[in-house]
Design a protein around this ligand. Structure first.
Ligand code: SAM
Ligand code: SF4
Length: 352
C-alpha cells in the first residue's frame, strides 16, 4: 500500500520524519539543556522497552514515516542501542536512520554504526576551546569528541554535521576555528539558535538551567543576532561565499559555502517561517508522540500499547492527532512573561 498520503496534517505538511529519543540519560549537563545536578530520571519501567520502540516505529512506518533520527538524552548510553538500530533498520519502508550524539562515547561504535547502515551523524560541539567546552557541557572532554569527528570523516560517513548551539561563550576565535574546519573537511557545521525552552520538575526550579535560560528572550535574540552577524563577517573575510541549499527535506538549516572550501556552514534559527516546512514528529523515551518541540500536547502511545489497544485503533488515533499539529511554534500558548517557553519536559527528555 502506498502510505504517502496518510500522515498529512491540516496544513498539508507531509509528516515522514521521526525523532526517536531512546533514553533520557546523559553523560553531560549542557547549560542550555539540563540543570547542573541533573533531573529526576524517568523510572526504568516508564521508559519504552526495546520491543515497544520497535512496535511503535513499525506502526509509524506503516503510516508513512521514512526517516528516523535516533537521539536522547545521550543515545549511546542506552543498553543494546546497536541492536535497536539494527532491528529498526530491518523495518520495511525506512529509508534513512541517522544519529545525534554528543560524541563522547562515539569513537568505539563508529565502525559498527556504519556497518548497520547509519550514514549520517550529527555531533554536538559548542566550542573548540577545551576549557569552554568543559564549562558549557559541565565536564565534557573535547578530545573524545574531536577524535570521534575525525574518525567519522575517515570512515566515510555520508554526512557528518557539527551542531553548535550559539551561547554567549561563542566568540570570534571559536567562529574562525569552526569555519576553518570546513576548509579541508567535507562536513557541515551548523550554528543553532538556542531554543528558549525550559523544562520544569517538581523538585527543580526552571531557573537552574544556567544563566542563559535564566535570561530573557530579548537578550537571547540579541546575542544570536550579533553572533550571526559576526559569523557572516568572518565568512566574508575568509572568502567569497554562496548559498548552497535550502529545505532539502532534512531540516530547517540554510547552508552556505566559502568558495574552495569542502564543507558547508549552516544556520538553524528560531523562526516560525520554517514551520511551514516541518515534516517531523517526536517520540519521547517515555512513549509520548509530540508534534512540536514547543507544544505540551502529547499522544501517550505507550499507554495504548500497554493497554493492548489494537494496531488499527492506535493508527486511527495517531492520524487524528497528527491533524492537530500546530501551524507554527508560536501557536503554542506556553510562553512566560520573558518569552521563554516552559514545557514540562527538559530537552534531554524530549530529544532535541
Ligand atoms: N545528547 C545528544 C547531543 O547532545 O547531541 C542528543 C540529544 S540533544 C538534546 C540534541 C540536540 O539538541 C543537541 O545538538 C543539543 O545541542 C540540542 N539542544 C539541546 N537544548 C537546546 C536548546 N535549548 N536550544 C537549541 N538546541 C538545543
Ligand atoms: Fe546531554 Fe545532549 Fe542535553 Fe548536552 S544537549 S545535556 S549532551 S542531552
Amino acid at each position: 500500500m502506498n502510505n504517502d498520503q496518510i500522515l498529512i496534517d491540516s496544513y498539508k505538511r507531509k509528516i515522514d520524519y521521526l525523532r526517536l529519543s531512546i533514553t533520557d540519560r546523559c553523560n553531560l549537563r549542557c547549560i542550555y539543556c539540563m540543570p547542573e545536578n541533573g533531573i529526576r530520571l524517568i523510572s526504568r519501567n516508564e521508559i519504552l522497552t526495546f520491543e515497544e520502540i520497535l512496535k511503535i516505529v513499525q506502526i509509524l512506518v506503516e503510516l508513512g514515516i521514512k526517516k528516523i533520527r535516533i537521539t536522547g538524552g545521550e543515545p549511546l548510553l542506552r543498553d543494546n542501542f546497536l541492536d535497536l538500530i539494527k532491528e529498526t533498520g530491518k523495518i520495511e519502508g525506512i529509508e534513512d536512520i541517522s544519529l545525534t550524539t554528543n560524541g563522547i562515547l562515539l569513537d568505539k561504535y563508529l565502525c559498527k554504526l556504519y556497518e548497520l547502515g547509519v550514514k549520517r551523524i550529527n555531533i554536538s560541539l559548542d566550542s573548540l576551546d577545551p576549557i569552554k567546552y568543559r564549562e558549557i557541557t559541565r565536564g565534557g572532554d573535547i578530545n573524545k569528541v574531536l577524535g570521534s569527528i575525525s574518525n567519522a570523516i575517515i570512515i566515510g560517513f555520508k554526512s557528518v554535521k557539527i551542531n553548535i548551539v550559539i551561547t554567549e561563550r561563542l566568540d570570534s576565535k571559536d567562529i574562525r576555528k569552526f569555519i576553518n574546519l570546513t576548509l579541508n573537511n567535507p562536513i557541515d557545521i551548523r550554528f543553532i539558535e538556542m531554543m528558549p525552552v525550559t523544562g520544569s520538575d517538581d523538585s527543580i526550579e526552571c531557573s537552574s538551567i544556567g544563566s542563559i535560560i535564566n535570561s530573557n528572550i530579548t537578550k537571547l535574540k540579541n546575542n544570536t543576532q550579533s553572533s550571526v552577524k559576526e559569523i557572516f563577517s568572518i565568512m566574508g573575510k575568509a572568502g567569497k561565499y554562496f548559498k548552497v541549499k535550502e529545505h532539502a527535506g532534512y531540516g530547517p538549516a540554510i547552508y552556505y559555502r566559502i568558495e574552495g572550501y569542502k564543507g558547508n556552514i549552516g544556520f538553524i534559527l528560531n523562526d516560525k517561517n520554517y514551520c511551514r516546512y516541518c515534516n517531523r514528529i517526536r517520540l519521547t523515551s517515555k512513549g509520548a508522540v509530540k508534534l512540536c518541540l514547543f507544544s505540551e500536547r502529547e499522544f501517550d502511545i505507550k499507554r495504548k500499547i500497554r493497554g493492548k489497544a489494537s494496531t488499527e485503533e492506535i493508527k486511527t488515533e495517531l492520524i487524528n492527532f497528527i491533524k492537530t499539529k500546530p501551524e507554527n511554534r508560536e501557536c503554542n500558548k506556553n510562553f512566560n512573561n520573558d518569552g521563554i517557553i516552559k514545557i514540562s519536559n527538559f530537552m534531554n527528555q524530549i530529544g532535541g
